[in-house]
Design a protein around this ligand. Structure first.
Ligand SMILES: NC(=O)C1=CN([C@@H]2O[C@H](COP(=O)(O)OP(=O)(O)OC[C@H]3O[C@@H](n4cnc5c(N)ncnc54)[C@H](OP(=O)(O)O)[C@@H]3O)[C@@H](O)[C@H]2O)C=CC1
Ligand SMILES: O=C1O[C@H](COP(=O)(O)O)[C@@H](O)[C@H](O)[C@H]1O
Length: 468
């Protein structure tokens, strides 16, 4: 890690016209600019297969800021002057306008700006774009950011990885999983390692079950093609939920600020994931999904997945990690819950609810303790209660969006919040049984519900903590 921003940078955003760019990447870049976290000189080159003038692209960037970011920046005219578009596609056979636009951007900035290529394109475009970067001499000294899913199976992951290693050195490669950039996901290890109150509970001695629950009310109609080819398990489980599980399960690195140690700790946790037993998985598909334009009439794609994962190491042996996510569900939440074992002693049988330590990953996050208290009054009755702390309720705190945080790390060369090749290989190995012939059929569920009732058995005996 260099720990220093480069003097100047050109960011090339492949897929700049797409959904992810509009909703997350462009607002993140503007957030970094507003917070003075970009190099003094920077240029953004949007790259795509169609054609646009720089002015047309600037209008799209502004629309993205107004819809998904902080609105029109006060210094918009200055920002607009930093935006370029390179159309005509980018392949091994034909690099389109990119080499020329990039060369002009470098000239405009002067000196030798750093270059970041951000691949916000569908997964099938990762390999051809990587090869084209090599073919057209655009890799030297550059950093290359890959979106997720980085591979869609153990085999396709390995094939992509071979191409990437052919063309790039590992320290040039940044594989994004934006859940790792969330403030609250980083807070998981701060809460644990800086507080005995939390960290003291962090093992099978005290924890009966870990829940990682990300229900979404969101629809998929505006990205049906992508979604129908992907499904909930690939889109969310083997990616975000596994990475969060690794963040929970990892052994303490000696130095949390050492990127290599943090990466190794997360990787080691994933290496202990037992391959998922298909009997420990419930897939679902919401009623009406097959009527969406772009979805096959006989689609078996899962829009819901609940799974029970076992982490075979000393700390977690025998503790189920139960995970759930889906579209068109009853509510949106992103919550990690440690469900604690019952205490021994005189009131051990009486508490209605187990103690919980709950971390919400939404926004800047929150921490809540579910405890049992005395019911106020003359008798010794017991009630369930919760104490909650907003994690951005901290003096001088100013939370940062995940993509802004991760893009900033790319500029610094800090890879600690990115995934590694061996971590992803182990994740696909644990996931593989779900891609074989034993994959369960998706069960129907009503939009606005909590998914198929069958999924409740996976969270027994406590039940899903996130509920009505
Ligand atoms: N959307 C989201 O919420 C999230 C998406 N992601 C990941 O980000 C990536 C992009 O997702 P998203 O923006 O939704 O996808 P889109 O389908 O919107 O595609 C992005 C852009 O990529 C270009 N593109 C499409 N197909 C190809 C192709 N075969 N070759 C080269 N370029 C192509 C298109 O731009 P043009 O026509 O201008 O060339 C398109 O606008 C994916 O890997 C996805 O998994 C990750 C997290 C969240
Ligand atoms: O990667 C993805 O993440 C989003 C959820 O992200 P968040 O930033 O809203 O937490 C999910 O909706 C999408 O399906 C998936 O591709």
């Amino acid at each position: 890690m260099t720990d220093q921003l480069p003097e100047s940078v050109v960011v090339v955003l492949f897929g700049a016209t797409g959904d992810l760019s509009r909703r997350m990447v462009l607002p993140a870049l503007l957030e970094l600019h507003a917070r003075s976290l970009l190099p003094r000189e920077w240029v953004l080159v949007g790259a795509g297969r169609g054609h646009r003038s720089d002015e047309e692209f600037a209008a799209e960037v502004l629309a993205s800021a107004e819809e998904f970011g902080a609105g029109r920046p006060d210094d918009w005219d200055e920002i607009a002057g930093r935006l370029r578009f390179a159309g005509g596609g980018f392949s091994v056979d034909d690099p389109g306008e990119l080499p020329d636009v990039l060369a002009r951007a470098r000239e405009d900035i002067g000196g030798t700006p750093a270059v970041v290529h951000f691949l916000a394109v569908p997964p099938e475009a990762f390999e051809p774009t990587t090869r084209a970067l090599g073919q057209h001499g655009l890799t030297e000294g550059a950093r290359v950011v890959y979106e997720k899913p980085y591979g869609t199976s153990a085999d396709s992951f390995a094939a992509l990885e071979r191409t990437v290693q052919d063309v790039l050195d590992e320290d040039q490669v940044f594989r994004i999983d934006h859940f790792l950039g969330k403030e609250a996901v980083q807070n998981l290890y701060v809460l644990r390692f800086a507080n005995e109150l939390v960290g003291g509970m962090w093992s099978r001695e005290h924890v009966a079950q870990v829940q990682i629950d990300v229900p979404e009310t969101l629809d998929v109609a505006d990205r049906a093609d992508f979604y129908d080819a992907t499904g909930a398990a690939l889109d969310m489980l083997v990616t975000h939920l596994f990475q969060v599980a690794a963040q929970v399960a990892m052994e303490p690195p000696a130095d949390l600020r050492d990127a290599d140690q943090l990466l190794a700790a997360r990787e080691d946790a994933i290496a202990h994931f037992r391959p998922i037993d298909p009997d420990d998985v419930v897939l679902g598909q919401f009623t009406g999904y097959r009527d969406i334009d772009g979805v096959a009439d006989d689609s078996r794609t899962d829009t819901f997945v609940a799974a029970r994962l076992w982490v075979d190491n000393e700390r977690w042996r025998g503790v189920p990690f139960v995970m759930r996510t889906g579209k068109r569900m009853a509510a949106s939440a992103q919550q990690v819950t440690l469900v604690l074992r019952s205490p021994s002693g005189p009131l051990s049988e009486e508490a209605e609810e187990p103690n919980t330590i709950r971390v919400s990953l939404t926004g800047a996050g929150s921490l809540a303790f579910g405890v049992t208290v005395k019911t106020p009054g003359p008798d010794l009755g017991l009630s369930a209660a919760a104490a909650r702390l907003e994690l951005d309720d901290v003096e001088e705190g100013d939370s940062i969006a995940p993509y802004a945080s991760l893009l900033h790390d790319v500029l610094l060369g800090d890879r600690s919040l990115f995934t590694t090749a061996s971590g992803l290989a182990a994740a696909f190995d644990a996931f593989a049984p779900l891609q074989g012939e034993d994959r369960p059929d998706p069960l129907p569920y009503e939009p606005g519900s909590w998914g198929p009732a069958e999924a409740d058995r996976l969270a027994a005996p406590h039940g899903w903590v996130v509920r009505d």
